[in-house]
Write a protein that binds this ligand. Structure first.
Ligand SMILES: Cc1ncc(COP(=O)(O)O)c(C=O)c1O
Length: 480
């Protein structure tokens, strides 16, 4: 008999061990929690002390069973439990059950997306999923293209690279890929709302443009880009000799879920020869709901769009995609290496996806989209998304009707910003107290004041849970 016990193989011993390991791991996960709390409640110092007692690399291993036991006791017991109905601070969702099966397949096969020979079916599936997503968002699938990425930040940066290089090539006749940034680069400007995601600023820095290249447009009372201010800023900047190359509309701002107007921002960007990217990391899931999709506006007008499947689509991290209206926009990422993605491969029909994005080795995340879309279908997805929105609207009304709270902005999506009357201190202390009880809610700022935040992504969350949470917040505030 062949002896292995290294990796999955055709050897019976490995197959049996794989089954055992999966069964034991499932058991350990399921027995690591026995209530619906989101967190054990350990404070950072106690948790650090517990973790620091772990020895990581000894000369002799302790074997699977002992390692699992230690990890169960010291790690799993303090992991954040995203499925908990007491977890609602961030755009960080629980994972749908069938997507856990997809993750098992992805890691067991460990295919990689950089070249066709590292993932033949995986490559063809990603190509097919991207094509279908282009159609879903109203892009022409024969003309557009895209890729899976590590998350919304990378999708946004990918869009900014394409817009920067495309603009500089078209307007200044300069090849950034070959020659680097032209001498006029400090004059390039990107426009996005004052409450857009910080990945715009971070990308501007990493891409050599600097934070000053990002112009933050004021928002209106619904936390959307104020269109007259946007146009005024662009005009003034052009008069000052600057080069507005791109605008980013946020479809679902991180804190407020507010949705900028794609249609109005397209009018302005078209007039001034700028690219328009949509950061729909949060709001992109609305496309699946007939009841809500119109609120996204006409997304097909954009040059590119960020979609995060690890937010409202409830798929495990990481899972994001960038879609481009024109396939030429992936050209900045194409670079041939003799060992990986030879030019003759392409001529013979082998697609090497390393040519379409920033990463080289990359997981087969498209399988999670395929699995969950197939398993659930559009209608079931829509009902989960609509439930999130209904919950947020319900909680907003509750807070509005209660004298103890201020809820300044109607929730366009499923996140809700509010505060207890009485100043910053009480809000900070209430959130910290909840954390120590294993209830995790968010905290942000609005106009300089500390606000609490609920981000509702969990399809198991009921209105009664929100009733209890709001009553509990009031009760804690009364006590402290
Ligand atoms: C509007 C928006 N864009 C982009 C991102 C970044 O996404 P990721 O965390 O997947 O990089 C976020 C994250 O919350 C977001 O809210």
């Amino acid at each position: 008999m062949k002896l292995s016990l290294y990796t999955l193989s055709d050897c019976q011993l490995d197959r049996k061990e794989y089954e055992r390991i999966v069964d034991e791991t499932k058991r350990a996960i399921l027995s690591s929690f026995n209530d619906d709390s989101a967190y054990s409640g350990l404070d950072p110092l106690r948790l650090r002390k517990e973790i620091s007692s772990l020895s990581i690399l000894d000369d002799e291993g302790i074997g699977f069973d002992a390692a699992l036991k230690e990890i169960k006791e010291k790690v799993m017991s303090n992991l954040l439990r995203t499925w908990s109905r007491s977890y609602m601070p961030h755009l960080h969702s629980p994972a749908l059950l069938e997507s856990l099966a997809a993750e098992m397949i992805i890691s067991a096969f460990n295919d990689s997306m950089d070249s066709w020979d590292q993932g033949p079916a995986a490559t063809e599936i990603e190509v097919k999923v991207i094509k279908d997503l282009l159609t879903l968002y109203g892009f022409d699938s024969t003309k557009g293209d895209g890729a899976f990425t590590s998350g919304g930040s990378q999708s946004n940066m990918t869009a900014i690279i394409a817009a920067r290089d495309g603009y500089i090539k078209e307007r200044l006749g300069w090849d950034v890929k070959k020659k680097g940034l032209p001498s006029v680069f400090p004059r390039l400007r990107l426009y996005t709302s004052a409450i857009s995601h910080f990945s715009m600023d971070k990308s501007a820095h990493i891409l050599g443009l600097g934070y000053d290249a990002v112009r933050h447009i004021p928002v209106n009372e619904r936390c959307q880009v104020d269109i007259p201010s946007f146009e005024k800023m662009v005009r003034e900047d052009i008069d000052a000799g600057l080069l507005p190359f791109m605008a980013v509309a946020t479809l679902g701002s991180t804190d407020f879920g507010s949705i900028d107007s794609t249609d109005r921002m397209r009018e302005i960007t078209r007039e001034y020869g700028m690219r328009l990217h949509l950061d729909a990391a949060y709001g992109s899931a609305l496309i699946l709901s007939e009841r809500e999709r119109e609120r996204l506006g006409n997304v097909s007008l954009a040059d590119s769009i960020t979609i995060d499947f690890h937010k409202m689509f409830l798929l495990p991290i990481s899972c994001s995609a960038i879609l481009f209206q024109k396939k030429e926009d992936t050209e900045p990422f194409e670079l041939h290496a003799d060992y990986l993605n030879r030019e003759e491969d392409e001529e013979d029909g082998f697609i090497n996806l390393v040519d379409k994005g920033m990463q080289t080795t990359r997981r087969f995340d498209a399988l999670k989209v395929l699995f969950s879309f197939k398993a659930r279908g559009r209608k079931s997805y829509a009902s989960m998304i609509e439930k999130d929105l209904d919950n947020a609207r319900y909680a907003y009304q509750m807070l509005k009707n209660d004298d103890s709270f201020i809820a300044p902005v109607y929730p366009e999506l499923s996140s809700l910003v509010f505060c207890l009357k009485g100043g910053d201190e009480i809000n900070v202390r209430v959130r910290r107290h909840l954390l120590s009880e294993g209830i995790v809610i968010g905290q942000t700022k609005m106009d300089g004041a500390v606000m609490l935040k609920l981000t509702l992504l969990n399809p198991n969350l009921e209105k009664s849970d929100l009733d209890s949470l709001i009553a509990h917040i009031k009760e804690i505030a009364g006590r402290i």
